[in-house]
Write a protein that binds this ligand. Structure first.
Ligand code: MG
Length: 513
């Protein structure tokens, strides 16, 4: 009898150990492009339609003071992936364009590489924007992702002459000088120029197939899904065209929302939702230069490209059913914090490098104060000689430099946002209490009672900058047409000859790079 008991005990404990071995949580990062603080229904937009993101927010934790590490794409993505300010990895100044030879240095450690060490299967779908380089040397498959499927930069960096239905006006400037938008499967261009109207459907089919296959095999997985939406020029396929009260931007957002819903449905259907940590956020604030067709920063000042709140404070929702208590948090956090948080919840060790992010677990799982008290803002065109433009400590933010930017609209009603607002040094810095004044309207710097706050912020800036080692700039502006993605290398007449079309079908991930 006791023998049988021991046998049963052994059997149960081995089952327990086995299930523990498989219980590493899956990680899904949903990264929107240029989605502003005021763009989602759950952040107050009156005519956006985002039923799936609403559900994510209802059952998840919604951040109200969450920052992207940069007001523009490439540096923001570098920081998200590495947990380090973009200045360290050399992703300054500005963003990569298709004929840039550089990329995110291969010795930087991404969260995909962190998770690979823990036995994760890793995939990226969508917009990379951290360089392609000669022989695709900077694509995601060289940075820890087993698979990549997407356009490696913004779709306005390809000629978008068909915007996007016959008779529809192309409202935005697209770069006509580059090759057509390339769709990569790992390091191979399979479609160029890709049909943008069917793109998200293909992204979703890739992402959901991949979730399904990992769920079946029981391997823990990381999915980094970086949408082209809602960057300009905004577009939506047949199903979402004219589907919202908000016009083209609303349609594009509705299509993004559909994709979020499809990913959630697949996680649920595959039986892995309960063991999946999901985080949805945006790479920077809204592009305002498209005016009523652009994004919305809500009550925040200015938008994309600037170091005002509208440039970097973005929507963010964390979701893990049964683990994260639904609600709202006012704690400070940043895209920089994703890598340390992912490391913490998967038991992975941090890369051996200076990490600027802090673990968000106390906010996510404890409902208590977070570890982040400070945030440092670098301008779009960050340069060592100017350093950080602004510093936040708890509720206070000091602007040492301010500057407008084209993505915050040359005709913005607020002249501070326009590109005509040239770089201005402030001594003493402009000072705002962001808890009382999130719109940065009431400068406090001349009031006696805030002088000690300014002194403290000055000290933080000095200490931070003393510890900042600027990586060699990878955005050299040293352009080389030969590195531009072209499915027929060396063809003429360039760039129009770069055309290849693969019939759309599913299961693109069958081959490894
Ligand atoms: Mg962006």
């Amino acid at each position: 009898m006791s023998y049988l008991f021991c046998l049963l005990l052994l059997l149960f404990s081995s089952l327990f150990v086995h299930s523990n071995a498989q219980s590493k949580p899956n990680i899904v990062i949903l990264f929107a492009d240029d989605l502003g603080y005021g763009d989602l229904e759950v952040y107050g937009h009156p005519t956006s339609s985002t039923p799936n993101i609403n559900q994510l927010a209802e059952n998840g934790l919604r951040f109200t003071q969450f920052y992207s590490a940069s007001p523009v794409c490439s540096p923001s993505r570098a920081a998200l992936l590495t947990g380090r300010y973009q200045t360290r990895s050399g992703i300054w100044p500005g963003v990569f364009v298709p004929d840039d030879a550089g990329g995110l240095p291969l010795n930087e450690t991404t969260f995909a590489e962190v998770l690979k060490q823990e036995g994760y299967k890793t995939a990226m779908v969508g917009k990379w924007h951290l360089g392609v380089g000669k022989d695709s040397k900077y694509l995601p498959t060289k940075q820890g992702f087993d698979h990549y499927f997407g356009i490696p930069y913004s779709h306005d960096m390809c000629p978008c002459l068909k915007c996007f239905y016959p008779g529809d006006k192309c409202f935005n400037d697209c770069d006509l000088i580059y090759t057509g938008c390339p769709l990569y499967n790992n390091t191979t261009i399979i479609d160029q120029p890709v049909d943008l109207l069917k793109l998200i459907e293909r992204y979703v089919s890739k992402a959901t197939d991949w979730i399904q296959s990992n769920a079946k095999s029981g391997d823990p997985f990381l999915l980094y899904f970086a949408f082209q939406h809602t960057h300009h020029p905004q577009f939506a396929g047949e199903k979402f065209r004219n589907s919202t009260l908000r016009g083209t931007f609303g349609d594009s957002l509705a299509e993004l929302d559909w994709a979020v819903g499809e990913v959630m449905n697949q996680l649920r259907k595959s039986g892995v939702l309960e063991n999946t940590f999901i985080f949805l956020t945006s790479d920077n604030g809204p592009s305002l230069r498209n005016q009523n067709r652009g994004g919305n920063a809500g009550l925040l000042k200015c938008g994309k490209g600037t170091t005002y709140e509208g440039g970097q404070r973005v929507p963010a929702i964390a979701y893990w059913t049964g683990k994260i208590t639904p609600g709202r948090t006012t704690e400070l956090a940043s895209t920089l914090d994703l890598l340390p948080t992912i490391s913490k919840i998967t038991g992975a060790s941090l890369p051996k490098a200076v990490i600027d992010g802090v673990d968000m677990s106390p906010i996510l799982f404890g409902g208590v104060k977070g570890l982040r008290e400070n945030f440092y803002y670098y301008f779009t065109e960050a340069q060592p000689k100017y350093g950080v433009y602004a510093v936040r400590n708890r509720q206070f933010k000091a602007h040492y430099y301010t500057e407008g930017q084209i993505n915050s609209d040359p005709q913005n009603h607020d002249p501070d946002c326009r590109p005509s607002a040239k770089r201005t040094f402030h001594n003493p810095p402009l000072l705002f209490d962001l808890l009382q004044d999130p719109s940065e309207q009431y400068n406090l710097n001349n009031l006696t009672q805030y002088q000690a706050v300014i002194t403290q912020l000055n000290g933080l800036k000095k200490a931070f900058e003393a510890g900042m080692v600027w990586g060699i700039s990878q955005i050299t502006k040293d352009h080389d047409h030969s590195v531009e993605p072209c499915c027929k290398p060396g063809c003429t007449p360039f760039p129009n000859c770069c055309q290849c079309h693969e019939k759309y079908h599913s299961h693109y991930f069958e081959s490894k790079p």
